[in-house]
Ligand binder design. Structure first.
Ligand SMILES: O=C(O)CCC(=O)C(=O)O
Length: 250
């Protein structure tokens, strides 16, 4: 019963985050890891820092995250984002046809992986109504010890929480601790191939990876077909991102 789609949907509706064990196989996990390495080799010199790649170290030799991967074709992660097992699950939770918004990877290296300060994804996505979600698939064993994401359960129901501009790489807008709502913090433990799925309004973030172990995840972000991007808000966010990048590079 607990594994039925109705149970998942109820749970997702009430908490804003669920775990789906074994969403992909370990063979798929290996193929994604291989492809991310190939992606970096093939595109390293052309990736725009702050928008397509963030580095974990000031020498810019170790990647922390990749963004906008959906713009690059010919990789296994493109195929995976269209796989029916994954899209059907997204559609069940969205109660609508699912449209891919973006593919990202947070590949936090051991001992230097960066924190992702608390935020709501819709502060970046700007979709109305806010019917969207992220399927975060573990490529390593991920838990508290290596900086797995922490989710504030129920926070998808409280509307947009004030975000403050930030210079943290990969996070141009963050929720300060003083603005965090009360709520149970869920910090799941995942095996490679397991997924954590969160609503676009769920407040979440992750600690730095101070362990000696890598903490990599591939992310597929979908919105419901009936949901539109508010272009005025999105343009404002893009301009803010450009300003933040100027300040970060100054
Ligand atoms: O993987 C992480 O540590 C952060 C991911 C994240 O911020 C997100 O899914 O929006």
């Amino acid at each position: 019963m607990q594994n039925s789609l109705y149970y998942k949907r109820d749970n997702f509706d009430s908490t804003g985050v669920i775990v789906e064990p074994k969403l992909i196989s370990t063979t798929d996990v290996d193929a994604v890891i291989k492809d991310l390495d190939r992606f970096l080799k093939e595109n390293k010199d052309n990736l725009e820092e702050g928008k397509e790649i963030n580095y974990a170290n000031s020498e810019k030799t170790v990647a922390n995250s990749f963004h906008r991967l959906e713009n690059y074709q010919g990789y296994f992660f493109n195929e995976l984002s269209k796989r029916s097992k994954i899209v059907d699950l997204a559609e069940e939770l969205l109660k609508d046809k699912a449209e891919l918004i973006s593919i990202q990877a947070f590949v936090k290296p051991g001992n230097m992986g960066l924190a992702a300060p608390y935020h709501q994804d819709n502060a970046y996505w700007c979709i109305e109504p806010d019917n969207g979600l992220t399927i975060w698939i573990a490529l390593d064993k991920c838990d508290k010890s290596n900086g797995m994401i922490k989710y504030v359960t129920g926070s998808h129901k409280i509307g947009v929480v004030e975000h403050t501009p930030s210079l943290a790489p990969g996070s141009s807008q963050i929720i300060e601790e003083k603005n965090l709502p009360d709520g149970e913090v869920f910090n799941p433990s995942l095996n490679p191939g397991d997924a954590a799925i969160h609503h676009t309004m769920n407040i979440h973030g992750s600690n730095p990876n101070n362990s000696g172990k890598q903490r990599r995840g591939i992310l597929f972000c979908y919105k419901g077909k009936k949901t539109q991007r508010n272009m005025e808000l999105f343009d404002r966010y893009q301009k803010n991102l450009d300003k933040v990048m100027e300040l970060r590079n100054a």
